[in-house]
Ligand binder design. Structure first.
Ligand code: ZN
Ligand code: FE
Length: 252
């Protein structure tokens, strides 16, 4: 299967998996125009839609796609039931599309019903993990999001992380301000600055690298613990995650 990203809105990506017969699976179509254009231009045959959570910038294009392709099966968590989902899925129930098996991983935090879809090596993680960052906690608790990120972090090194937003530059600005002496972070920040200056995508990313540069996956890292202990004394990784998330919420 071929992986393709389609830009939508300001900074969203709609991910598309296309097989050799041009049949495709569409992930989080927040708006319909760019994906309908790509379908037409490439002669794709949409077979299924995967939805990670209920926010409009991820589900807004579903009605138009269903109107044009009524046979489409739309898989999503319970919270997307009234957003066009035809098959409600949950962790433990795998999804079979085009002969491929996707596992569903419950990742509450950004929303309470947020899920990710994983089919080795691809992870479609919506607004849970971003490159260099993670989703804001709109509905879930820091402890929930911490656990969700731990599940993602347990996937293989070569996992291809397909996030729904191009937030990498802002995330790395935050990481670089936090750990100014960290070479991996500074190198990646430079690389991301160059890519974005040329208006190029920074995604997808590989989990192995993300573990080095994403502070939200480094809550047990000595340098980060030392940094946090300059301000406050936190014993648990969940607490350090909560500290990081609120620090980022207030960072500009
Ligand atoms: Zn969202
Ligand atoms: Fe979003």
């Amino acid at each position: 299967m071929n992986l393709i990203s389609i830009s939508a809105f300001e900074d969203n990506y709609i991910w598309v998996l296309v097989d050799d017969d041009r049949r495709c699976i569409i992930v989080d179509p927040g708006e319909s125009a760019p994906i309908l254009r790509a379908i037409k231009e490439n002669g794709w045959q949409p077979e299924a839609i995967l939805l990670t959570h209920h926010h409009n910038d991820h589900v807004g294009g579903v009605p138009d796609l269903l109107a044009q392709f009524p046979h489409l099966v739309v898989y999503g968590p319970k919270e997307t039931q009234n957003k066009g989902t035809t098959q409600v899925v949950e962790e433990g129930k795998n999804v079979f599309i085009l002969g491929y098996e996707f596992s569903v991983i419950a990742t509450p935090g950004h929303t309470s019903g947020h899920i990710c879809f994983y089919r080795k090596p691809y992870l479609f993680c919506g607004d849970t993990l971003f490159s260099g960052g993670c989703g804001r906690l709109f509905e879930g608790s820091p402890a929930q999001m911490y656990q969700s990120l731990q599940k993602i972090n347990a996937l293989p090194d070569d996992t291809v992380i397909c996030c729904a937003h191009e937030y990498t530059l802002g995330n790395m600005k935050f990481a670089a301000s936090l750990l100014p002496d960290d070479l991996a972070i500074q190198d990646y920040y430079q690389k991301v600055k160059e890519l974005r200056a040329k208006n190029q995508n920074t995604l997808p990313v590989i989990l192995k690298n993300e573990r080095k540069i994403n502070v939200f996956l480094r809550t047990d890292d000595t340098d980060l613990i030392n940094k946090i202990s300059q301000e406050t004394n936190l014993q648990q990784p969940e607490e350090r995650f909560a500290w990081l998330r609120s620090k980022k919420d207030n960072f500009r």
